[in-house]
Design a protein around this ligand. Structure first.
Ligand code: UTP
Length: 296
């Protein structure tokens, strides 16, 4: 039987330099998209896919993320006294239970591969999900990206899975790009190659790695060598390429829109897209937005 995916890593130790000065004192993961921090959207996606335990790999100045996922007794008491039961229920529902989160420090921002390796002891010897918390995946049909991947994982009977999405061919040099092999299920292909930031003329496709992964624990042994790659950082892609010599890798084409909330443009687009979809404010937001665009 295929081993279930119970744990997820959310690396939140990056410096967020693309979003300065906003991220000087506030972690980029805590910037809000409509009514909740970006990282809460991603935790919600993970839990909807059946994840039971989340490992946050944090760094200096990220303590507020830990506070966000804790219970706030004073706030809950006050809401209770004021009869705001719906708000109270919502807060309780979104908080992970006791013991369902772990926080470990990366200590130095040596790259994504290093951040993932920092979670090795907490994950142990089992497959896990990895979600980059600045990449919001807004599904078309209500089923989140990791849930789509968990379905594909069950269909392929395990292996390593990477979510991909189409980018304009002239922008392949900004992304990790995969080359596809055979289609093994609807929208699920074997991965024939992975290349970091290839130019358009040498790119094997225009399918970019989107920031959602299901990985087997053997990746930790490869990351342990701490070899530096592009940008002198410990790159996850380098270890995935090595693992792909021994294990199956599959791509899952995500059915939905992706917003890079680590960039100003992606963050603004995410706020507009999620607001237009939010039953509480969509009806008032849409005409306001139309009027604003008409004026500018
Ligand atoms: P990014 O490169 O997008 O994050 O890494 P960053 O370094 O914060 O961004 P900029 O370029 O300075 O604006 C992708 C993800 O990996 C995490 C980041 O927090 C982000 O979620 N990361 C990256 C780490 O946790 N540690 C690292 O050493 C690097």
């Amino acid at each position: 039987m295929v081993k279930p995916i119970r744990k997820a890593i959310l690396p939140v130790a990056g410096l967020g330099t693309r979003f300065l000065p906003a991220t000087k004192a506030v972690p980029k993961e805590m910037l809000t998209v409509v009514d909740r921090p970006v990282v809460q959207h991603v935790v919600d996606e993970a839990r909807a896919a059946g994840i039971e335990h989340i490992v946050f790999v944090t760094g200096r100045n990220k303590g507020v993320i830990e506070d966000h996922f804790d219970r706030q007794y004073e706030l809950e008491d006050t809401l209770n006294e004021r009869g705001k039961t719906q708000m109270l229920e919502m807060l309780r529902h979104e908080t992970m239970g006791p013991g369902a989160t772990s926080f470990t420090r990366q200590q130095l921002p040596l790259g994504l591969g290093h951040a993932v390796w920092c979670a090795r002891d907490i994950i142990g010897n089992e497959p896990f999900a990895l979600l980059l918390p600045d990449m919001l995946h807004k599904p078309t049909n209500g089923k989140g990206c990791l849930a789509q991947m968990a379905e594909a994982y069950a269909k392929t009977g395990g292996g390593n899975h990477i979510a991909v999405y189409e980018v304009p061919p002239e922008q392949t040099d900004q992304y990790g790009i995969v080359g596809l092999g055979d289609e093994v299920a609807d929208g699920v292909h074997r991965i024939a190659g992975m290349v970091e930031k290839p130019k358009k003329d040498v790119a094997p496709s225009n399918l970019a790695i989107s920031g959602r992964y299901i990985l087997q624990p053997e990746i930790f042994e490869l990351l342990a060598t701490q070899e530096r790659g592009a940008g002198n950082e410990i790159q996850l892609t380098d270890s995935m390429l090595k693992l792909a010599r021994e294990q199956d890798f599959y791509s899952v084409t995500f059915d939905g829109a992706i917003y890079d909330c680590g960039s100003k443009l992606g963050f603004l687009m995410a706020n507009v897209a999620y607001a237009l979809d939010n039953p509480e404010i969509a009806d008032t937001f849409r005409p306001e937005l139309d009027a604003l665009l008409a004026k500018n």
